[in-house]
Design a protein around this ligand. Sequence first.
Ligand code: ADP
Ligand code: MG
Length: 353
Amino acid sequence: MFFSFIKQIELTVFSIAKTFGKLKWFLPVMWILLLCGCGQGTFRVSRTDTGMGTVIQMQLFGTEESQSVSEKLFYMIDEMEGQEISWRYPNSLVGRINQGQQGVSLNAELYETLLACKEISVASEGAFDITIGKLTRLWDIDSYSQTGNMQYVLPEKKAIEEACKESGYFYLEVKNQTATLTSPIQIDLGAVGKGIALDRILNVLEEADGTVYGGVISLGGSILTYGDKQDGTPWQVGIVDPFDTDKCLGVLKLFGQWCISTSGDYERYVEVDGVRYHHILDPRTGYPANSGVRSVTILSKSGFLSDALSTACYVLGVEKGMELAQKYQAEALFVDSEGKQYLSEGMKKFFCL
Ligand code: ADP
Ligand code: MG
């Protein structure tokens, strides 16, 4: 019964992927199992769209005004991407920092985010670094895996070494509500963008003051659960098996508000001569991270932390990654290249087969 239900979800997710023709690279990073417990008189909003280079799925339960809250959320995600965090928009705040403008004024949220990114870089000893924009563009795996039809040419060793040198979080100065690059490096917030969006979505839902009773929002591999289901059962978030992305390893059963992010080598990658090159890079080597891990899922109250830590822990590997997650009171589930699973003590309480 359980697996036939999974199959249904799988079909839904793949049909969504198909609907968004250009996004056929999209794979179900996590499945949300909405065994909907929508009470009588409760209004339900269900919407799927694209944004932040991924598929956004939103399910909200509440009063009729939930509809306008969902519209506000999609609008906010678009605005945040275009005006603040995407390097692809030259006039966004990150775009302006990348152009070398001095002392770019930041809003309070982005200011805190950039400070927090620097902190995670220090805590992960450079395994996480948002200033590797030159490297991510050189590898350009995101673009390749989105279009899938161009001939992929591996970057040259010398170019990788150059781009590696032209990165470093210590070159990003964040102070007095401003940001400045002290060397010609490039910022790429790809590792935290979806997590930041989840935090902002959470703020809007809380400010909507009882309009939304509960819901689940997924931005690709990052998911927010909010409130509770009316029938008292937990939210269920399926964790994809990195060895067979048609299958789930198990589900996280969650009550109330949580953020869940997964980073895996099966999300965006290219294969050249039988070797897989994925999109999570080790800033210290300039190459795709090779820490013996296939996927990392992080559970945290904070969207930023779940997203930043999933990337950082992927690069660090099981042992150091576990330590880092613990430092931030986040729960972790690692799957290594042999298929062995490693769960933090807290994660064991939520993970069910
Ligand atoms: P996804 O966004 O696909 O869910 P991640 O959250 O792990 O996966 O973020 C991967 C993205 O983060 C890459 O596409 C790239 O833009 C950026 N990135 C890759 N490696 C690192 C790293 N070591 N530190 C910070 N950002 C990274
Ligand atoms: Mg991440």
